[in-house]
Design a binder for this molecule. Sequence first.
Ligand code: DGP
Ligand code: NA
Ligand code: NA
Length: 210
Amino acid sequence: MASKRGALIVLEGVDRAGKTTQCKKLVQALQQSGRPAEMMRFPDRSTTIGQLISAYLEKKSDLEDHTVHLLFSANRWELVPVMKKKLEQGITLVVDRYAFSGVAFTSAKPGFCLDWCKRPDVGLPKPDLVMFLQLNPAEAALRGQFGNERYETSAFQKSVQEKFEQLMKDPSVNWKVIDASQNVEGVHADIRTHSLNAINETQNMPLGEL
Ligand code: DGP
Ligand code: NA
Ligand code: NA
């Protein structure tokens, strides 16, 4: 019997929706049930390109908007060989942000259309499941202040949320909306259910492309 590939699972959402916590909990739960799983995150600030992105987000450098968009995309592309290898080895990848953040954050800036923003990511491995952690701005505000990084203002985040809502209309992507206002365990239970379904449904299907 041919060995089964891992699933590519992505968590998206606006800042403070709990993506990172939930990615970690999902990886733990999958591992504990005997399913190989690893976490990844984008941007991956550890690479040379990632360090340029990190300096930009920390406002230690300024980069032209198209340029930074292409750097975020390049940062995903440079990890594709590693991702494909792990998926082929049967490892499920749980990814904290992906191309959808790329499109939502840049298209929230003036002068960018969705179509241009999507182009550089065309051909990337397509997630088997994308879960959007939905949290309204009032609930997000209860979780504390924004940090000091670029993009961390309520006006910009509102615009990003609207862009995500447009992206979620794309029926070629397996979107699931998760109510992130539940407690951590409630959110985790929803995420685990969708993930187990995706792992079972996609293990005999080839990996798609964006
Ligand atoms: P995080 O490490 O998850 O806090 O993400 C860093 C910030 O960068 C966050 O505000 C979201 C934003 N971001 C993530 N991916 C992209 C991308 O591809 N393009 C742009 N413009 N912003 C992104
Ligand atoms: Na952030
Ligand atoms: Na995060």
